[in-house]
Design a binder for this molecule. Structure first.
Ligand code: GDP
Ligand code: IMO
Ligand code: MG
Length: 436
């Protein structure tokens, strides 16, 4: 058994897409377990650049199977757009993609709700991706959501949409919004869209468990990151799903006993998109340097990502809630030009030194990072593929992170392309990848 979870260890955009694409070579199936098309996972293969939002990155490798699990919220138009874009680029997904009949559907009124709710006075502005993700998960938790499988029975589907629309109209009116929401065009549009999706809809939990029984291995692809998890992140500045490792089980109907390991992905520094506390943020020319060198602009929304230094209390917390076996450090090359590199090893909070991340967002907003500064290496690591070739200071930087976290650094990414990385020998990750 070598089923593995890949999880973002920070606030998303850690480079999960690149890592999943790389590691999927060793797996039969790649399965997404939460989120929706708020995710933007970039994979660069030669001159091709793919940004995958709902489709698991493993599908870029021929012969691999992709699963969109019950834990996702799916906008069928966005999914089909992605399918078409892949096919136009020569990626054939025929009989290689399956969608859970239990996944929830995103409707146009979810996007409208997201927009209108941000206008309600005194509402905290989260700076979402405006994809309708939060409102769709709200309907799921409120037990009034409409699931992918519901589309298979046209009469029932129409009835569910009618009920939902009637309720949405009431709330919109209470908010003073006079936008029209009508059942008929939604039903007509979704029946057409879902005609193409029908052959892909199945009980993915049953499918995955049967495949695992038959000896197939699964790579679980997390979206967003630990700090954006609905329960464990910097609430309320989070997304609305369980992006931590535990979400892989509930989001796919796979038992924890089936999972061999959990691997976190972190940048060599930190970024965040949207609102919320970010203790090590650099609102300075240094922040701009990181943004410029790391090309830190949203893969989906194009928004500038906030940039700052590596935050070990955040990663320590991430290691705890995910049970990380290994850590993968991406974008090491972005730090190549720096004279020195501060790393936040603890915080000062109300006059005391604390090693752990405080649980509430407003507390995190009031901590002051305590830095230890390491020397930079001032030479290019871009594209390096052997650990021995890394400059001494870069190796020391990585060893410092691993030893302060008590988690092995098992892989390093040195550029956006597939081959630009190093899996360290003798690590748990290497064993998990070869243990078949
Ligand atoms: P994800 O959401 O976690 O999959 O990450 P994104 O795709 O949103 O953002 C990561 C960005 O960094 C993408 O543009 C990747 O192509 C790029 N990237 C990934 N790994 C590396 C790396 O090691 N070095 C550099 N320079 N870029 C990388
Ligand atoms: P990947 O998978 C970075 C952020 C948004 C916002 C908050 C809530 O590419 O790492 P939402 O639309 O989900 O309700 O927005 O979460 N966010 C992400 N930030 N990477 C992502 O995904 C994100 N998905 C959502 O910016 O702050
Ligand atoms: Mg991303």
């Amino acid at each position: 058994m070598s089923n593995l979870i890949i999880v973002g260890a920070q606030w998303g955009d850690e480079g999960k897409g690149k890592i999943v694409d790389l590691l999927s070579e060793s797996f039969d199936i790649v399965a997404r377990y939460q989120g929706g098309h708020n995710a933007g996972h970039t994979v660069e293969i030669g001159t091709n650049r793919f940004v995958l939002q709902l489709i698991p990155c493993g599908l870029l490798r021929s012969g691999k199977i992709g699963v969109i699990g019950n834990g996702l919220v799916v906008d069928p138009a966005a999914l089909l757009k992605e399918v078409d874009a892949l096919e136009q680029n020569g990626v054939d997904i025929d009989r290689r993609l399956f969608i859970s009949n239990r996944a929830h559907l995103i409707f146009p009124y979810h996007r409208l709700f997201e927009r209108e709710s941000e206008r309600v006075s005194k509402r905290i502005s989260i700076g979402t991706t405006s994809r309708g993700i939060g409102p769709a998960y709200e309907d799921k938790a409120g037990r009034r959501g409409i699931r992918v499988g519901d589309i298979l029975d046209e009469t029932n589907f129409r009835c569910l949409v009618e009920t939902a629309v009637a309720e949405k109209q009431l709330v919109l009116r209470a908010w003073g919004c006079d936008a029209a929401v009508d059942t008929a065009p939604i039903v007509a549009e979704y029946l057409v869209l879902c005609r193409r999706l029908k052959p892909l809809i199945t009980d993915t939990s049953m499918f995955l468990n049967r495949q695992m029984d038959a000896g197939q291995s699964v790579l679980f692809e997390g979206a967003q990151g630990t700090m954006l998890d609905l329960d464990h992140g910097t609430y309320p500045y989070v997304t609305s799903s369980s992006s931590t490792a535990g979400g892989a089980c509930t989001g796919l109907g796979v038992a924890p006993t089936r999972i061999a390991g959990v691997v976190g992905v972190s940048k060599a520094y930190t970024t965040r998109v949207g609102g919320g506390p970010f203790p090590t943020e650099e609102n300075s020319t240094m922040g701009e340097t990181l943004r410029g060198r790391g090309k830190e602009y949203g893969a989906v929304t194009g928004r500038s990502r906030r940039c700052g230094w590596l935050d070990l209390p955040v990663l320590r917390y991430s290691s705890m809630v995910n049970g990380l076996d290994s850590l993968i450090i991406t974008k090491l090359d972005v730090l190549d030009t720096l004279d020195e590199i501060p790393v936040c090893t603890a915080y000062e909070y109300e006059g005391s030194r604390i090693e752990e991340m405080p649980p509430l967002a407003d507390m995190l907003a009031r901590v002051h990072p305590i830095y230890e500064t390491l020397p930079g290496w001032k030479q290019s690591t871009f594209g390096l593929q052997r650990y021995e070739d890394l400059p001494k200071q870069a190796r020391e930087y990585l060893e410092f992170i691993g030893s302060r976290l008590g988690v092995e650094v098992a892989m390093i990414s040195t550029g956006p392309e597939r081959q630009q990385g190093i899996v360290l020998p003798g690590t748990k990750l290497q064993k998990l990848l070869t243990d078949r």
